[in-house]
Design a protein around this ligand. Structure first.
Ligand code: FAD
Length: 307
């Protein structure tokens, strides 16, 4: 119930104004977001890449006009140029939300998003790194996988994200478990109806394991995105059982969450990638992190009362 309310609030302009006005919000946001500018985020990237890999997200989603979408492309081009200049492009890639490059625009949104994503892929290729397309709510899944297919014709290294809470995802895992494919498997962060998604945590976890089995048994490159120690342990067992080396798959976690576990996986020789968001448009991302964990909400609520 609380999770659903927070996820609805994540898309409300009114709630956004309210939350942004709370003085202590910034402190909590700083736990999850590496800075409001690229310059603020780069030292975090440099630190993390000493023992881990990184994927950077220039925060933003649901743009409402083409000019905003173009601004997102320019921000990614600058980011990729800086990663290259700083010598970080071999350890840091980028994650892109298609809604930030125009997917939801009423006229030709999909085509605009495809063209813009292509520009980001060209910049990534020039820098010598890769792009993963984040997955948003279920109304975008077909469109995002369609754009992925088109991009992969010229940029076969573009990664996809699949969400285990969706009932369709086992089938999508089978489709994408092929040679050359990079798939990030997460549980899913949006509020989805029972008609398309498992709503019960144990059902989501069981789906996650089934999807993991498919990806690990396939010939693609699984990216295991979870902070759930049970899921990590199962992934480790499945990967070992399938004879996958540490370089044949990777683990992914969000910046600011379970850092000790990130360090443990990296220290044991595993490929551990941290998702690092930065920028001013932190509201939607932050609200989804609150919704994931009651303790975060309690901390935030105490800040509200105290402000
Ligand atoms: P859970 O069962 O939710 O959590 C397991 C444990 O992890 C918790 O008990 C807690 O200890 C810790 N934990 C989890 N979340 C938090 C938190 N917010 N704060 C503090 N501790 C926490 N979702 C999408 O829908 N689309 C995407 O493109 C996407 N990309 C992602 C990329 C990465 C690298 C990761 C790690 C997640 C991504 N997600 C994405 C979010 C994901 O779908 C889940 O919402 C999120 O990871 C929580 O699920 P969990 O697997 O960690 O398991």
């Amino acid at each position: 119930m609380l999770r659903t309310s927070l996820l609805i609030a994540a898309r409300s302009a009114g709630c956004r104004k309210l939350v942004e006005r709370v003085p202590f919000t910034r402190n909590l946001v700083a736990r999850f977001v590496a800075g409001s500018t690229l310059e603020e985020a780069l030292p975090t990237v440099a630190r993390l890449t000493e023992d881990r890999l990184v994927t950077l997200d220039h925060l933003g989603e649901d743009v409402t006009d083409e000019a905003q979408a173009r601004t997102t492309v320019d921000a990614y081009a600058r980011l990729l140029g800086e990663l290259d200049r700083a010598g970080l492009a071999d350890r840091a890639e980028v994650s892109v939300k298609l809604s930030a490059v125009g997917q939801f625009l009423p006229a030709d949104g999909e085509k605009i998003a495809l063209d813009n994503a292509r520009l980001i892929c060209e910049a990534a290729a020039a820098a010598g790194t890769t792009v993963t397309l984040d997955m948003e709510d279920h109304t975008t899944t077909d469109s995002t996988l369609g754009i992925l297919r088109e991009l992969r014709v010229d940029f076969p290294w573009v990664g996809a994200v699949l969400q285990a809470y969706l009932r369709r995802t086992e089938a999508d895992c089978r489709d994408l478990a092929h040679e050359g494919s990079r798939v990030r498997l997460c549980k899913g962060a949006y509020d989805e109806p029972a008609s398309v998604a498992y709503r019960d945590k144990s059902e989501v976890d069981r789906s996650y394991v089934r999807c993991l089995k498919t990806l690990v048994a396939g010939s693609g490159y699984p990216m295991v995105a979870t902070h759930d120690p049970r899921m990590v342990a199962i992934a480790e067992r499945l990967a070992a059982g399938a004879g996958r080396s540490a370089h044949d798959h990777e683990y992914q976690m969000l910046h600011g969450i379970r850092e000790a576990e990130q360090v443990r996986i990296a220290a044991q020789g595993g490929r551990m990638r941290v998702y690092v968001p930065y920028g001013d448009e932190w509201y939607g991302y932050f609200m989804r992190r609150l919704a994931e964990r009651p303790a975060n909400i309690a901390f935030f609520a105490r800040s509200l009362v105290g402000s």
